[in-house]
Ligand binder design. Structure first.
Ligand code: SF4
Length: 544
């Protein structure tokens, strides 16, 4: 911890001081000193804008967002990467998505399927090889569905994955569909999320109309990916309260859940950036309203559960949910006090994801730590400033590159009573279809940085020396070599679950261990006087 940190405006100047003027101007628009004014009005931040060439970014590619984030956690769809082996291999199970293989045991998440394109296909086309790969996967596993993901070379040589998918669907008699999610297609992985949402909605949602399980309190959870077992914690709570979880998009999910998702009465959006498109399309087509929830942190979990229960206007459900929250919050509070006594006053910065940098601030608040700065890798302005700015977001060429599905009301399946309930509750002050964004909940004078670069990460550590840095695997070891513990919030290192009540306690414990471990004081950072290079080596006598 350092006593006198430069303020956010000074830090911003320092971070951009060495850039050429054009780049400094652009980065200046992507970094703002936060200021929360009446009506939760915050400064505008430039987001979802291409990273300048030469900058080392945290971002992933469009293919990674489509295949890795959205479809990766679904266990019984064979996901074939159409491309050179590297794209498939390096996106294989890196996020620690967990699943329950269920009674059928059908789980393809442990495999990496690829058409394995070589030079020959790059020159002469890869469609035949892709067809062979789809046939082979079908013969070996007999899955319900096979999906095909396009990588950069596929877009460059012009293979038509959708034509192959249509042909194989007819030949094999199972659902086969493709994604035009070439890595270069968008600004970041965010484009891949949108493409994945569109195709899952178009090819799967609505295929199965049978209402299974409990007839009432039916919900879908959107934007939860079961990292480290998070979904298992949430699912258990839903059961205890009395909600029937129809589908999760897509932690611990199955093809059958997606196909049946339109039978739910409420959609809850957790990661707003990656999945709001599905919520919007389901509301238009089936009349299912959506609300924003957050199961990261004990208080946020209780708030979300109670909001879900209020929606169903059932006194018994609400009373049971409130009682469970009260009981769990009391247990968590004992542990929170124990850990907060050790983490109180420490500082943290979070640069991760498109919602995680916001959601995890709740847990740090519970640990009584100060959030100095935060930002996203792939968010859009509404994730920072709230959905109220949606009408003012300029649609650029990159956004136009992603298909906008034209969705219409399904006259047979649209449930008007759900939209009537929405209207009634809205009149009573209940909020639907809204996300207030990250910045209104951050302190004035904290620093918000979109798409932080590797250089800025190092500079920020030099300036502010936070006690904990939250980021991903690409940044982790650079940060730790500077003597600052780094918590990965994409895959939790080897930790988790961190969601819901028990998950919150796991997080308190892990952050306490990191923030208070003496090991970091033994690491020489680059700003320290005696650098590693200049320290005298201590050699074994035989080598001296
Ligand atoms: S950027 Fe292109 S080549 Fe790289 S992993 Fe993504 S799809 Fe593959």
């Amino acid at each position: 911890m350092i006593e006198h940190r430069p303020d956010a405006a000074t830090a911003k100047q320092e971070l951009t001081a060495k850039y050429p003027s054009k780049l400094a101007k652009k980065r200046g628009q992507q970094m703002v000193a936060n200021k929360v004014e009446d009506g939760n009005v915050v400064p505008e931040v430039l987001a979802n804008s291409r990273t300048a060439p030469g900058i080392i970014t945290q971002r992933g590619c469009t293919y990674a967002g489509c295949k890795g984030v959205i479809l990766g956690p679904t266990r019984d769809i064979v996901n074939i990467t159409h491309g050179p082996i590297g794209c498939g291999f390096y996106s294989w199970l890196t996020r620690r998505n967990m699943t329950d293989p269920g009674p059928d045991g059908e789980n393809y998440m442990l495999y990496s399927f690829s058409s394995d394109l070589h030079e020959n296909e790059i020159v002469f086309g890869g469609e035949k090889k892709l067809e062979a790969a789809v046939r082979e996967a079908n013969e070996l596993f007999h899955p319900k569905a096979i999906s095909i993901f396009s990588t950069c070379p596929v877009g460059l040589i012009g293979d038509d994955v959708h034509a192959v998918a249509r042909k194989m669907k007819e030949e094999l008699g199972i659902n086969v569909f493709g994604f035009s999610c070439e890595g270069y297609k968008g600004v970041s992985q965010s484009a891949g999320h949108h493409i994945a949402n569109n195709q899952v909605f178009k090819h799967i949602v609505g295929l199965d109309d049978q209402v299974r399980g409990q007839k009432k309190f039916r919900v879908n959870l959107l934007g939860e990916y079961n990292i480290g077992g998070d979904a298992f914690e949430i699912e258990e709570l839903f059961k205890r309260c009395g909600f029937e979880l129809v589908a999760t998009f897509s932690g611990n999910s199955t093809y059958g859940q997606f196909a049946n998702a339109q039978t739910a009465d409420l959609n809850m959006v957790m990661c707003h950036r990656s999945i709001n498109y599905v919520a919007e399309m389901m509301e238009k087509k089936y009349g299912i309203p959506w609300i924003k929830v957050n199961f990261v942190s004990a208080n946020a979990t209780a708030k979300s559960l109670i909001k879900m229960a209020e929606y169903f206007e059932d006194a018994e459900l609400l009373a049971r949910t409130k009682a469970i929250c009260e009981e769990e919050l009391a247990k968590v509070e004992v542990m929170r006090k124990k850990y907060a006594a050790r983490t109180h006053g420490k500082s943290v910065v979070l640069f991760v994801g498109g919602s995680r940098a916001h959601h995890y601030q709740e847990l740090f608040k519970e640990l009584e730590m100060k959030v100095l700065a935060a930002g996203y890798e792939f968010a859009h302005r509404d994730d920072y400033e709230g959905r109220k700015v949606l009408p003012t977001i300029k649609v650029d060429a990159d956004s136009r590159n992603i298909e906008e599905l034209h969705v219409e009301k399904d006259e047979a399946l649209y449930r008007a009573y759900l939209s009537e309930r929405k209207e009634r509750l809205e009149a009573e002050g209940y909020t639907f279809s809204d996300y207030a964004g990250m910045m209104p909940e951050m302190d004035t004078d904290s620093l918000v940085i979109d798409d932080i670069s590797s250089y800025e990460t190092e500079k920020l550590i030099e300036l502010w020396k936070p006690d904990v840095f939250c980021a991903g695997i690409k940044e982790k070891f650079v940060i730790q070599k500077m003597g600052i513990p780094c918590k990965q919030l994409h895959n939790y290192d080897v930790g988790g679950p961190y969601n819901a009540f028990r998950g919150a306690v796991n997080f308190y414990r892990d952050i306490d261990r990191m923030a208070n471990s003496p090991v970091w004081k033994l690491t020489l950072a680059s700003w320290q006087e005696e650098s590693v290079e200049s320290a005298s080596p201590v050699l074994e006598p035989a080598l001296a």
